[in-house]
Design a protein around this ligand. Sequence first.
Ligand code: SF4
Ligand code: SF4
Length: 300
Amino acid sequence: MMQGTVFDIQRMSLHDGPGIRTTVFLKGCPLHCPWCHNPESHRAAPELGFDAALCIGCGDCAEACPAGCHRFADGEHCIDRTRCTRCGRCVKACTGALELIGRRCTVEEVLRQVRRDIPFYQTSGGGITLSGGEPLMQPDFAHAILSAAQAEGMHTCLETTGYAPPDVLRRVAPVTDLFLYDCKETEPVRHLAWTGVHNDRIVENLFLLDRLGAAIILRCPIIPGYNDREDHLRGIAALAGQLSHVQAIHIEPYNRFGESKSRRIGRIYPLDGLAVPDERTVAGWIDTVRAHTDTPVSKN
Ligand code: SF4
Ligand code: SF4
């Protein structure tokens, strides 16, 4: 039976496509954007999460761990993650401060969760959204979920960076009712510097989907000091203008959700101290894009 690695399933999502949706987050991502609000998605394998605020210092984890990862020094709980084999024994011993992020699931297990809210999808025009990470890092699993959900009459969305082999995009296009396609940076050198990958493949795949007639919403994270430049905002509009099936452009203002999540998995948050933009700033970004396109532009 086909399995994949899922790190979260969120019911009642309102920002991952039309209507009320269940969003299934698949683990693994080929990009590493510093502003990522799901840093726990980056690694393909499960990893250990720790919330210091929930730790009562009982030391049961240290006793349970066969690899000696947990140490207590000067009242501080230190975890040596380089030795962690993700066996999960400390998680079982703990009262709630530890968790394994990411677990293997079958397609049917995912669908069982998703089916619970079918009445809400029907009344709101919602459905299922696959997100991540990059769901297409697990192409067979993503395809199997989307095709099964679509066959059961659910509306299917795929949130993607677009960084995948073209054949994978071709394969999922018929079972995806709407692509939520990231547009992170239109200037290639900056794109490579910030995300770690070239954007030529991403742009080529976007044009490929457009030629296939796929419905597309461009999702554009705007990060102060990174891509809040006028040339990028105009570039988003220009990109949409070259495509026939872009229904809307969604501006996604920087948020700090990635900060506490980074701490939880023992990583340093790269944008520490960066302020969230105010409403006026965001409205200015939207106005700039709107001034150069007929495609509807809004904040997501
Ligand atoms: S998951 Fe296993 S190896 Fe990793 S810290 Fe917990 S008990 Fe130790
Ligand atoms: S078992 Fe859990 S609560 Fe106890 S010390 Fe370890 S992390 Fe903290």
